[in-house]
Design a protein around this ligand. Structure first.
Ligand SMILES: CC(C)(COP(=O)(O)OP(=O)(O)OC[C@H]1O[C@@H](n2cnc3c(N)ncnc32)[C@H](O)[C@@H]1OP(=O)(O)O)[C@@H](O)C(=O)NCCC(=O)NCCS
Length: 146
């Protein structure tokens, strides 16, 4: 089927992005909110596309030198094929080019798979926030791009 292509998200991607969001998260962002995030952050919202269909995405914000990853997800049937890696490498490169010096993210305490993934890509655990989510603590990670 060939490698996935990483490109900026476009309006036509959102039905599939929302489907992946629902498959991956127990508290998915609503469809309209994903579109709002896109309209606010068009330079830092990427999809991985395979055979003409998005199979993963990453959303980040950028504000005065600080990046914040809001979500990264890969369709369950496409996990562990290096797509997440391609998305995060591209995102960090773009954030660096925009002058970002630190990138933050939150991850559920129980999401060991994602914690390992972030650690593999240079994120360092900072601290926990109790009950950041309704039902679970968040672990806060940072990545320095300096
Ligand atoms: C976290 C997530 C985005 C990673 O995406 P991914 O595409 O599976 O990531 P990659 O394939 O790049 O790497 C993940 C793992 O697969 C391994 N891998 C990559 N290609 C592989 C292959 N061909 N064969 C076997 N393993 C492989 C990587 O080494 C890594 O393994 P490790 O963590 O055990 O070291 C994905 O698991 C996901 O969508 N999770 C649900 C949503 C979520 O929790 N998001 C994060 C919170 S915001």
């Amino acid at each position: 089927m060939g490698d996935a292509v990483i490109r900026k998200a476009t309006e036509g991607d959102f039905d599939v992005i929302y489907e992946i969001e629902r498959l991956c998260f127990k508290d998915p962002y609503p469809h309209a909110f994903l579109q709002t995030l896109h309209s606010l952050n068009p330079e830092t919202f990427f999809v991985a596309e395979r055979a003409g269909t998005p199979v993963g995405y990453v959303i980040a914000t950028e504000d005065r030198g600080h990046g914040h990853i809001l979500a990264i997800a890969v369709h369950p049937s496409e996990k562990r094929k290096g797509i997440g890696k391609r998305l995060i490498v591209e995102l960090l490169q773009i954030l660096r080019s925009l002058g970002v010096i630190t990138v933050r993210l939150e991850v559920r305490r129980g999401n060991i798979e994602a914690q390992r993934f972030y650690e593999d890509h240079g994120f360092i655990y900072s601290h926990a926030i109790e009950r950041y989510y309704d039902d679970e603590d968040a672990l806060i990670y940072y990545h320095s791009l300096q």
